[in-house]
Structures are given as structure tokens and as C-alpha cells.
Design a protein around this ligand. Structure first.
Ligand SMILES: Cc1ncc(COP(=O)(O)O)c(C=O)c1O
Length: 458
């Protein structure tokens, strides 16, 4: 019976991938299949039971078996070289392990996962998060932790809510994470920018802005920044925290890739003032699964009640199913093996990307050199815009990002290109950069023509 039931399963899986069977469609009856495959009804039942266990099909009593979901066809994307998408590398997403956690969470928490829940986040998850954050040198307690629906939600709420210092304006590294710029543009606080390069920020300028501009908080991405890949030294972080304390400015620390740091001595800003000056945000989107929409924020005690109101008004509570499954994933220790794996993977990809840039990019283009992380940025030669490069490469099925939207309008630069390593596979890095180099040279050599005929080409 063994081989036969597997043969039936394979045929059904083929039909799911070639589109013959689609979501909701009814499968042949057990009798029909047993005739078709000249086998017993038990063999067909066994194949259907196995497919049901794998969640490909479901049964309706007295009616039959139905398709849950057809397979997706990813063929068209296979040949693309994608330096644009910023989700985690799909090859290291721990689907199977996490499936166990979801099942285990449902068994453990049952109806608790499917009803309204603690607005601050499942308490057991907050305890696990507290322990997890210790590995990042963030020591706090579950009472100061909130579970939020992605760090984007936390940032958006912080932009809109009042702060204990009673100040109104926000300071942002230039360039910075686009989602934060969007929140600022929507809520319209007065914003100030401070230029960031791979040499950091001008600390005297920072002090000047803190002293004179009624700054509510400074949004800072301290490690492997998006889009430059910049990281601050411990000395700089300590100084920034001191200045924030001196001028009563809050620091919002978005440590989205901290786990990838190869330098074990690198500390978060939070560790220089754990009592509330630094608001620490940890996303699980880049290092784990963005679709969970789970992140955590550590708040000063003074802000807890107010944050609760803003969080409640945004979405009541974050997905409890995601929280329950993440709770089990952390508790079981599965995350440790995963972090070890991705740490090496992204470090390797960044190395390959930099080798390729060094070897292939024209001399008058420069690029940032992060030790690891997802992002590296290329400064294009004068007269070549990121938009032109993005459009030309897209025609060759290569995707890169124009970083002009990662600046506040008054700081905008048109010549910054962001490359993300997370979804590009290692063997595509060098060919991708070869195309990029050719494209930059092509546009550079026809600068005048491109400027005059921009509208025709793009
Ligand atoms: C620096 C930074 N912070 C936060 C986010 C948003 O992450 P989440 O999915 O947790 O909302 C991103 C996403 O790209 C990011 O790059």
C-alpha cells in the first residue's frame, strides 16, 4: 500500500502546482480515485489523511475533500536579481520549526489565542522577551515592555503622542528608514535632520540642535542603519546618551538588526541609561518573520499609561496567535540556532557584495562598507541619478532602490542608491553588480543626452 498512497499524493500535489486544482475546489471521491488507481479505498483514505495533515486539503463530513490552497508559481521571479526587497532571506525562514510553535501555541493557549487579549501583550511572551533582550544588553522588566504590531506601529505612535519632556519636535538622521519619514510626513510634527555619513554625525551639531530646537526625541538606528549600513561606536553612543540627558531629549533606539553584530562588545544606547532616557525598540521582522507583525518596545515608566491609550486606540492588541507562537519559539530556544545561522549568512553576503563593488564599480562611484547587516548604499557619480539607474536596471530584471525617499524633503539627495542583500542569493551578487556598474557607466557617458531626454526614456 505504501508506494501507491504516495503516488496518489504526488499526483494531487502536481495538480496543485500546475493549477489544475485550485483553492476551494472539490477533490474526486474516494471511490473514484480507488477505481482510477486500481487500489483499495483505504489506500486513497491514507493519501487524503496525509494531505490533510500537511494542510493541503481539508474534509467536510458527508461531503468530501477540498483544496486549502494551490501552490504559488514563483517561476517568473526566479531569474530576477533582487537588491530591493528587504524581507529576510527566504531560504533561512524556519517555516517547519515555526509551524510546530503555532500548533503548540494553539494546544497550550487554546481559546486565549483567538479572543481579545492583554493590550500590553501576552504576559508570558513579555517575560520571554525580557530574557531575550538580555542577550542584547537590554536589562528591563516585563512591566516596561509592550508588544506592538511591528516596530513601525511603535514608531508611528511615538511620533503622534506627547512626551514627558513636553517638547514637540523630532530629530532624524539623514537619510533614514523610510517608514519613519512617512509617519513624520503624515503626523506633521516639526522635524529637524542631522546628516549621517559612515563617519557618524557631527556631535557638536547634535548638541546645538538639542539645546536650541525643543527636541522631543531623536530617532536613531544605531547598528547597520537603513539605508547606509552605518553603526556608531560605543564612545559615540555614550556621548549621545549624555547629551540627551543633559538637554532632556528622549532617544528612540531602533535596534532592528542588533543580533547580527559581529562585535560582541558593541552596546545599545539603552545600556548607557536603562532607566528611561532611551526607548528601545526590537523588531523581529528582519531577523525572523515580518509577517508575524510582532515587535517589542521598552518604555520609561512615565510613558506607560499614555502609550497604552495610544496602542489601544490603534488596534486594541497585537495578534495573539503571533504572540503565542513567538512565545513558544523563544521559550524552546529554537531562536538561538536560527540567529547563529543568519548571522553567518548575512555577514557572508555583505562581504561578497563589497568585494563585487570594489572590483566592479567605476571609481567615481563610492559605496558604504558596513561589517554586516542588510544594507549598503552607493553614491552615484555627479549627474547620474538613482532614479535613472533603477529604471534602466529594472528593464534587465534587476531591482535596486532609489534612496531619495529616505530623506526629509529639504535634505533630499538624488544620487543615493540602496542595495539590500537579504533576498539576493549569493551567486547573483557579482552578476548583479556587473550590471549595475555597466549601467552607471552607460548613463554617465550619456549624461547630457539623459538629462535632455529623461521624459522619453523614463
Ligand atoms: C530601520 C527599520 N526599522 C523598522 C522597520 C519596520 O519593521 P517592522 O516590520 O517591525 O514594522 C524597518 C523595516 O524595514 C526598518 O528598516
Amino acid at each position: 500500500m505504501n508506494a501507491k498512497y504516495i503516488g496518489i499524493m504526488d499526483e494531487i500535489k502536481d495538480q496543485l502546482s500546475n493549477g489544475t486544482l485550485v483553492s476551494g475546489c472539490k477533490l474526486p471521491s474516494v471511490r473514484q480515485l480507488s477505481e482510477k488507481f486500481s487500489c483499495s479505498k483505504n489506500t486513497v483514505m491514507k493519501a487524503y489523511n496525509e494531505l490533510e495533515k500537511e494542510h493541503f486539503i481539508y474534509s467536510v463530513p458527508k461531503s468530501g475533500y477540498y483544496v486549502v490552497n494551490e501552490f504559488q508559481n514563483h517561476e517568473d521571479k526566479k531569474n530576477a536579481i533582487d537588491f530591493l526587497s528587504a524581507g529576510p532571506d527566504k531560504d533561512v525562514i524556519p517555516y517547519v520549526e515555526f509551524q510546530h510553535c503555532i500548533n503548540q501555541a494553539i494546544d497550550t493557549y487554546r481559546e486565549e489565542l483567538f479572543t481579545y487579549s492583554d493590550q500590553q501583550g501576552l504576559y508570558s511572551l513579555r517575560v520571554e522577551l525580557m530574557k531575550y533582550l538580555q542577550s542584547l544588553q537590554v536589562f528591563t522588566n516585563p512591566e516596561r515592555l509592550f508588544v506592538v504590531s511591528g516596530s513601525q506601529q511603535a514608531l508611528n505612535l511615538l511620533v503622534s503622542m506627547p512626551f514627558p519632556n513636553g517638547k514637540n519636535n523630532i530629530l532624524i538622521e539623514q537619510p533614514t528608514y523610510y517608514g519613519f519619514i512617512e509617519s513624520a510626513l503624515i503626523h506633521q510634527p516639526t522635524t529637524f535632520g542631522i546628516d549621517l555619513t559612515m563617519d557618524g554625525i557631527d556631535l557638536e551639531r547634535l548638541e546645538y540642535i538639542f539645546r536650541n530646537n525643543d527636541i522631543k526625541f531623536f530617532y536613531i538606528v544605531p547598528r547597520f542603519q537603513n539605508p547606509l549600513g552605518h553603526s556608531y561606536t560605543n564612545r559615540e553612543k555614550k556621548k549621545i546618551v549624555e547629551l540627551a540627558e543633559k538637554y532632556d531629549v528622549y532617544l528612540v533606539e531602533d535596534d532592528f538588526l542588533g543580533e547580527l553584530d559581529q562585535d560582541l562588545k558593541s552596546d545599545p544606547l539603552f545600556s548607557y541609561n536603562p532607566s528611561g532616557r532611551v526607548i528601545f525598540i526590537k523588531s523581529f521582522s528582519k531577523i525572523f518573520l515580518p509577517g508575524l507583525r510582532v515587535a517589542t518596545i521598552v518604555l520609561p515608566e512615565l510613558m506607560i499609561n499614555n502609550f497604552l491609550r495610544y496602542k489601544f486606540s490603534a488596534d486594541f492588541n497585537s495578534s495573539v496567535l503571533s504572540q503565542g507562537a513567538l512565545d513558544i519559539y523563544l521559550k524552546s530556544g529554537m531562536i538561538n540556532g536560527h540567529i547563529k545561522k543568519i548571522k553567518e549568512l548575512y555577514h557572508n553576503k555583505m562581504k561578497l557584495l563589497q568585494e563585487a563593488c570594489k572590483l566592479l564599480l567605476p571609481e567615481h562611484a563610492s559605496f558604504t562598507k558596513p561589517t554586516t547587516g542588510f544594507y549598503l548604499s552607493v553614491f552615484l557619480p555627479e549627474g547620474v541619478t538613482a532614479k535613472q539607474v533603477v529604471n534602466l536596471l529594472r528593464e534587465r530584471n534587476i531591482y535596486v532602490d532609489d534612496a531619495s525617499r529616505m530623506f526629509l524633503p529639504e535634505y533630499k539627495k538624488e544620487n543615493l542608491l540602496r542595495l539590500c542583500t537579504s533576498q539576493v542569493n549569493e551567486s547573483q551578487i557579482k552578476p548583479g553588480i556587473e550590471h549595475l556598474a555597466r549601467c552607471i557607466k552607460f548613463i554617465d557617458s550619456r549624461k547630457n543626452y539623459f538629462t535632455q531626454h529623461n521624459h522619453l526614456l523614463f
